[in-house]
Design a protein around this ligand. Sequence first.
Ligand code: 13P
Ligand code: SF4
Length: 336
Amino acid sequence: MLDLKDKIKSLKKDLNALIVAHYYQRDEIVELADFCGDSLELAKRASSADNELIVFCGVSFMGQSVKLLSPKKRVIMPRLACCSMARMIDSSYFDKSIAKLESLGIEQSEIFPMTYINSNADVKAKVGKMNGVVCTSSNAAKIFDYALSLNKKIFFMPDRCLGVNLANKNHKKSSILGLSSDKTIKESEVICYDGFCSIHQLFSVSDIEFYREKYSDIIIVVHPECDPKVVDKADFSGSTSQIISFVANLPENAKVAVGTEFNLVNRLTKQNGNKENIFVLSSTKPECPTMNETSLEDLYNVMLSFKEDMPYNEVEVESDVIEYGARALNKMLELS
Ligand code: 13P
Ligand code: SF4
């Protein structure tokens, strides 16, 4: 009798599917995936694969990115799980934000929109229509340099933390829509939307102080979705892939506290021999609930139904959204 994992492997073969998974997925999903990566790597790898069918284990904006870059592919997701940050902005909030900036005397021609990949396709399309660009946590610095070179006001969405972190690194004045005064917004070079990741908000300066007091030589590694005060005090910040390679390259006995999703950090402790030296930078378990939704049963069921010609959880994006969303995503790929 085949177990569930064997059944999934057999379905994968029958369907000639590529299974991709984000690093925050549960271990059993990561084990079965053909490819595991950060958002940029997943978008590139899945959209350029020979396979016509992509089974995407992650959150919705990730599956949508594949569809935007490679519309002929069929993309199914075991769960249509949502990134809570991506849900904080939609096309109507985008329009309202631009209208607010215009009401402050900032003309559309002066605004360069830049969206984090953690946004839905309709927002990427709005950004593409205004000739803006997408970025991910791994290429944000490079894309931001390009945006700065245009000498416009950068409207960064949805993650206020990543936006402010980028502005701080480049010594640019930033503000947050809805939080900063009109005067500050008008004066700033980087205007951020007020979105955030609730999981990465869990890591605090006091967590860093706690670990530094306990171990004077500890290295603090965080994701750039963390609060700017946390990123400022950390030794390294980077995308999930960049965090994994940074930790892998540390000396064997180095002590490190990592500020990102629990599944990734827990896997790091298993992969890097000396378990006792890798810590989660929080007293609260930083689990992304929607990333954790996908189970082996979900993966099996979605593939079986596809095989039986009853597909569900298939990623669909309207053609005009594809056109402009792809424009913003492709601009990112050209620049990175
Ligand atoms: P990465 O692109 O670094 O994998 O980040 C995705 C994400 O959602 C982090 O919370
Ligand atoms: Fe979204 Fe945060 Fe989960 Fe990443 S960890 S997918 S940003 S909710």
